[in-house]
Structures are given as structure tokens and as C-alpha cells.
Ligand binder design. Structure first.
Ligand code: AMP
Ligand code: MG
Length: 468
């Protein structure tokens, strides 16, 4: 794969972004480079020195955009509209094609202040960067459509944060995304009644992220596609046991890919009230409320599109979400259970029985999925699993348990205690070996779940796009 720069963002024009510069960091110590992701966009041959020039000093990539762009957006944060946000500590660094011909972005976190930093320092803590590596690697292995953490470089500054012992170390992160077009970008244009640019952005997203040219029905078409894709993401979160933590409309990508990981956690058990963010006192973004939260964000996209479209077709498009969610959570749980789908009714009943058994038993989630993979639930799973056991008998495995992972005594999981333990070793001894070992273990689990080769796109194989 040759590096193939793109300039699609230029189609959007000056109203969408501000040219910015990266902060001049005192140090640049390479901590993580994602060679697997780099290979997908033709950058795996960069040596470490060149990597640091591009991903800490932000020297432009050959043929790519000359200057970083801080994107403008608004959004609802915990249901309150905030017109003062935007890329406050990140920017779009470059666009390129990946090996599947998809338009990708390299975007940053912690690269310095921008016109949207408000009172913030524009920086990312090293711990925040390490946490984002762990979240993205785990989600990718579990078949969730996610951004990938591409690079993490420590930058030698002392940061002060309320939620970390301070001063704390700094870093700059680069992520690889299928676009950075947030619902909040549409909201901002609607806020300014900018119908011209709303139309332009709608066409841009349809063209570059959904492979379609805009026709008369462009707004409702876009909304329907976004509803389907974000419903899929919600289903994948539930099957992964993942709690994103901050499902604000500025953190929802219209490509349906999850990104921007702050106070995330994996749920130890199927507990709908399990909450990730310490500041989410009402549990708005708790584990079981994520589908509703994402749907709410999609409704904000619908409101924004109202400026360029009648109400009825938008309502019809939005109404796709609940059924799409049901279909997608079913597919995702079945996939994680390692089973071949049968038919929608039986599959749905199986997933509901799974949820009931997990709720009643409070069984550890990762252990359960590990033991149940392929459909042979061990006898140690007692009464709460009786109904499920009966239903599982009608299913065939989607792949054999022949990977060595299935011989392990423990499943690979990512609970908060382990995240903290990995960070402690870095903080106290500058020992990066537990992090690197964990990344290897996660990728090995990904192989067991997904088979050889590139795991990521396999998830969607044969499933087709749901939109007729
Ligand atoms: P988040 O909660 O990470 O999605 O961020 C919400 C908004 O706050 C975005 O506009 C960010 O760019 C901005 N932000 C978060 N942390 C910082 C920071 N340290 N410096 C500047 N802006 C920030
Ligand atoms: Mg954000």
C-alpha cells in the first residue's frame, strides 16, 4: 500500500475550520506506534525519527494538507447545548485512503491550543493517551467500529488536572478515523442558519462516507444512514460491555465509528446502571442507557437537518433507529457468543435470554463470553442459565475453538483495576512492559474471535448494508 493523500476537506471551505499550529513540545519520546494501522495507509516504513517529525512536530505528510485544521463544532453536552466548543486540543492533520479505498483522517488529541481551547491548555495527559490505546485496542478486538490509536508520544510537560494526581505527564496522540464529522458540526451550521453549508456538508458526508452522490432526498437519506450506523455502534457497545462515558453529540461521528475516549470503562457484569464517568451523577450515559443516548444525539442531527428538509421524511428516517438497534445488538451478541445466526426471531430470543441470565446471575461478562463461545456452556453455569442453555442447543459455532487463546485459564478483559495497574507501572517505574504485553494479549484475543488477517472489516462481512 502506497501512502495516498487526499484533500477532500478542501471541498468544505473556510467556514468549517481554522488553520492552526502544533505546540512546540519540549520533548518527544515515542511511546506507541501502531504499525498495523500504519500499514493500512502506507506509513509503516517510516522510521522512528520520521514518525516523530510527523506525529509530534506535525511536519506535513508528503502530498497531504499543508497545515493542521481545527474543526468548528458545537454540541449538546449532557443535554445542554454548548456553542463554545470545537477542536480545542486537537486538529485534523491529514486525510488519505486506506487499503480498502476508504477516506481516512489522522486527527490529534493534545497537540496544543486552538481558537476553541477556552480555558484549556490544549494538552492531553500521558495517562489519558495510555487509556485511549487500551480502549481502542480492546474495542477493535471485540469487533466494535472504532477509531484506532495511531501514535502516542510523550511531550515532557507537567500538566494539572482535577482527576489525576498532579502534576502529571503530557503526551500528544494521533488517531486514525473514518472521518471526524461529528453531529455537532451539523448543529453549529444549523445554529447559524447556514443552509448553504448544511447542504454542502450533507453532500460531503454522503459522498465520502457512504459512497453516494446527493440527490433531492439527500438530508433524509443521510439521516437514515446515520441512524443505521449509529444503531449498529450502540449494539456493538452493548455486546462488548463497553461504556463510552461521554456520548455527547460532539462525540458522535456521522460515519458511525466510535471515538474520543475519556472516562470509559468496561462493565464487569451486565448492569444497565453501570456508569463510567465520575461526573455523570444522573447516570445519563450508563451502560444500559447508551442506545437511548445515541438515539437522542441522532435526533439532534434530525433537528439540524430540519433547516434543509421537511419534517415527515426526517421523522421516517429517524424512526429506523430502534429496529436497527434491535437487529444490530442481536447480531453483535451472537457474534461475541461465536454463533452462526439462524433467523431474526430465534436470534432475538437467544439474546434476550442471554441478557436475562446475565442480569439475574451477575456473572462476570468476559468470563461468560469466553466460556460460552461456540455455544457449549459449561455445567458450572447453573439455574439462571437453564433457559439460555436450551436455546443454545439449536445453534452452531461460527468458528471452532481451535485458537490457543481458548486454552487460557482466564479471558482477556479490561476492567478498571487492570487499567490502573498498567498505568501505575508507567507512573511509578516508567515500566512500559505491562502495557505492551496487554496490547499483545488483546490482539491475540482478537485473532481468536475474528480469525486471521485484518480483523476489523471482517465483522461486517456478508452482512450488507441494511438500507434497501
Ligand atoms: P471532550 O469532553 O474531550 O469531548 O471535550 C469537549 C470539549 O472540550 C472539546 O471542545 C475539547 O476540544 C475541549 N477540551 C477538552 N480538554 C481540553 C483541554 N485540555 N484544552 C483545551 N480544550 C479542551
Ligand atoms: Mg470530544
Amino acid at each position: 500500500m502506497l501512502f495516498t493523500p487526499q484533500h477532500a476537506i478542501d471541498e468544505l471551505g473556510d467556514e468549517f475550520a481554522d488553520p492552526v499550529s502544533a505546540a512546540p513540545f519540549p520533548e518527544t519520546i515515542l511511546r506507541f506506534r501502531n504499525d498495523r494501522a500504519a500499514a493500512e495507509i502506507g506509513l509503516e516504513d517510516l522510521d522512528d525519527a520520521a514518525w516523530i517529525r510527523h506525529f509530534a512536530r506535525f511536519e506535513p505528510l508528503p502530498g497531504a494538507q499543508p497545515r493542521p485544521l481545527a474543526l468548528r463544532y458545537h454540541g449538546h453536552q449532557f443535554r445542554v447545548y454548548n456553542p463554545e466548543i470545537g477542536d480545542g486540543r486537537g486538529f485534523l492533520f491529514a486525510q488519505m485512503l486506506d487499503e480498502n479505498g476508504r477516506l481516512m483522517d489522522l486527527g490529534t488529541k493534545g497537540s496544543g491550543q486552538t481558537p476553541y481551547s477556552r480555558f484549556g491548555d490544549g494538552r492531553l495527559t500521558l495517562k489519558g493517551g495510555v487509556r485511549e490505546i487500551l480502549a481502542t485496542e480492546m474495542l477493535e478486538a471485540l469487533g466494535v467500529e472504532t477509531s484506532r490509536t495511531f501514535s502516542l508520544i510523550e511531550t515532557g510537560e507537567q500538566l494539572h488536572r482535577g482527576d489525576e494526581p498532579s502534576p502529571t505527564r503530557s503526551a500528544v496522540m494521533v488517531r486514525l478515523n473514518h472521518g471526524h464529522i461529528r453531529i455537532g458540526i451539523f448543529q453549529r451550521l444549523a445554529y447559524f442558519q447556514d443552509t448553504e453549508n448544511l447542504k454542502r456538508l450533507t453532500g460531503y458526508v454522503l459522498r465520502h462516507y457512504y459512497g453516494e452522490e446527493a440527490k433531492d432526498d439527500a438530508p433524509q437519506r443521510l439521516l437514515a444512514l446515520v441512524a443505521e450506523r449509529t444503531a449498529r455502534l450502540a449494539g456493538q457497545f452493548m455486546a462488548a460491555g463497553f461504556v463510552h462515558g461521554v456520548l455527547n453529540s460532539d462525540n458522535i461521528n456521522v460515519s458511525g465509528e466510535s471515538f474520543d475516549y475519556g472516562p470509559w470503562r468496561f462493565a464487569p457484569t451486565w448492569d444497565p446502571g453501570f456508569t463510567a464517568a465520575y461526573f455523570d451523577h444522573a447516570g445519563l450515559y450508563a451502560f444500559g442507557r447508551q442506545p437511548e443516548a445515541i438515539f437522542w444525539d441522532v435526533m439532534q442531527l434530525a433537528s439540524s437537518l430540519r433547516l434543509i428538509c421537511d419534517e415527515a421524511p426526517l421523522v421516517a428516517a429517524m424512526d429506523r433507529f430502534p429496529a436497527a438497534y434491535t437487529r444490530e445488538v442481536t447480531a453483535a451478541v451472537l457474534w461475541r457468543l461465536g454463533l452462526k445466526p439462524r433467523n431474526p426471531e430465534q436470534d432475538r430470543a437467544l439474546v434476550q435470554a442471554t441478557e436475562r441470565a446475565l442480569t439475574a446471575s451477575k456473572a462476570p461478562l468476559d468470563r461468560f463470553y469466553f466460556d460460552a463461545f461456540g455455544g457449549q456452556l459449561p455445567q458450572s453455569y447453573g439455574e439462571p442459565f437453564a433457559e439460555l442453555r436450551g436455546l443454545l442447543a439449536g445453534y452452531e459455532p461460527r468458528k471452532p475453538r481451535d485458537h490457543p487463546y481458548w486454552e487460557d485459564s482466564e479471558p482477556c478483559s479490561m476492567l478498571i483495576e487492570e487499567v490502573e495497574a498498567i498505568w501505575s507501572r508507567i507512573a511509578e517505574q516508567d515500566d512500559w512492559s505491562p502495557l505492551n504485553a496487554k496490547i499483545a494479549a488483546i490482539r491475540r484475543m482478537g485473532e481468536a474471535l475474528q480469525g486471521s488477517g485484518d480483523a476489523r472489516h471482517r465483522w461486517n462481512e456478508g452482512r450488507g448494508e441494511a438500507l434497501a
